[in-house]
Design a protein around this ligand. Structure first.
Ligand SMILES: Cc1cc2nc3c(=O)[nH]c(=O)nc-3n(C[C@H](O)[C@H](O)[C@H](O)COP(=O)(O)OP(=O)(O)OC[C@H]3O[C@@H](n4cnc5c(N)ncnc54)[C@H](O)[C@@H]3O)c2cc1C
Length: 297
């Protein structure tokens, strides 16, 4: 019986594990080893680790967390979680484990747009987060893929890194006359129709093609992605979710199921950065440990 099972060995899960070790509690990290950022070569914006490769970052984080006696890691997929009385049973592809608490630090499920060749460029010249990769894309001719919810925000934000923008709705809606006027004044191009294809070589996108066959040259892209936390392995738990399908938690990551917590992007239901996930994993772990200590006192 572990004090905690942590599903996910990203910055949130490993930072939590390190704190469990330092809090003299036992923690098992179950990690599939398929983080979202594996598609990219460099991670930016983490103080002391700027430019580190995701794989190197993970290796160092695992070394830190696993240096504590009570902490272990299994490279495996969690397939089900059940709560019986006071304890959790976590089933994986290979085994079954029990624990007093469970921390969901499995990140978010990411859904790419259905554009031919998108995956060839995602993580090298096509990104979604300007805070992570805007600097590397600075002053390039960029396509900015948005929908009606982000049309007023994203072009404005990305204009900080480049003034040569092609705003693309990808068939999700129309651009208002007001926005068309604004984009023209700024010298931005815009296109409402569906994007069918990206082309280029060696991870560098060179052009974008629309439904009507029109092609525009580009040197990078900021694309809106879709995310959720509807992991199959959560189906055995009755977790309260909010209007947008997000797992409801309090500020300490506690869900509606006593003993079940979330950290990192599973908690925010939105993408952030490594540094946010690591900081949050530490905070949530300390709260979880405090609950255990209080119970046993
Ligand atoms: C293309 C791209 C570029 C990025 N660039 C940057 C950057 O430059 N700087 C930056 O700070 N951030 C960047 N990010 C964001 C960063 O990767 C995330 O903010 C961060 O990894 C979130 O950490 P997390 O611990 O919440 O989740 P993750 O790092 O996603 O970790 C979740 C882990 O859970 C595992 N998991 C999922 N389901 C299961 C299961 N059923 N069983 C077992 N394990 C499971 C996954 O395999 C994964 O290892 C980038 C992301 C992408 C996609």
């Amino acid at each position: 019986m572990y004090d905690a099972i942590i599903i996910g060995g990203g910055p949130a899960g490993l930072s939590a594990a390190l704190n469990f070790g330092r809090g003299l509690k036992t923690a098992l990290v179950i990690d599939a080893g398929e983080p979202r950022n594996r598609v990219t070569e460099e991670s930016h914006g983490y103080l002391t680790q700027d430019g580190v490769s995701p794989a190197e970052f993970r290796k160092a984080a695992e070394k830190d967390a696993l240096s504590y006696d009570g902490v272990s890691l299994e490279r495996d997929w969690a397939t089900n979680i059940e709560k019986t009385n006071e304890y959790f049973t976590v089933t994986t592809k290979k085994k079954q484990y029990t624990s007093r608490q469970v921390l969901l630090a499995a990140g978010i499920r990411e859904h790419s747009p259905k554009i031919k060749n998108f995956e060839q460029f995602y993580g090298t010249s096509v990104f979604y987060c300007p805070w992570c990769d805007g600097y590397e894309l600075r002053n390039r001719r960029l396509a900015v893929m948005v929908d009606e919810n982000f049309i007023n925000h994203m072009p404005m934000l990305i204009s900080n890194w480049s003034s040569e923008l092609l705003i693309c709705m990808n068939g999700t809606g129309e651009i208002s006359n007001e926005n068309k006027e604004l984009f023209e004044k700024k010298g931005f191009k815009y296109e409402e129709s569906v994007i069918t294809e990206l082309n280029g070589a060696d991870g560098e996108v060179k052009s974008i093609t629309f439904e009507d066959g029109t092609t525009e040259n580009i040197e990078g892209m900021i694309a809106m992605m879709e995310w959720d936390t509807h992991f199959d392995f959560l189906e055995g738990l009755d977790i309260k979710r909010g209007e947008k399908g997000e797992i409801e938690t309090d500020q300490f990551g506690a869900t509606s199921v006593p003993g079940l917590f979330t950290a990192g992007e599973t908690k925010t239901n939105f993408t952030g950065q490594l540094i946010n996930a690591a900081a949050n994993g530490a905070d949530v772990a300390k709260f979880m440990i405090m609950q255990l200590v209080q119970k046993d006192y």
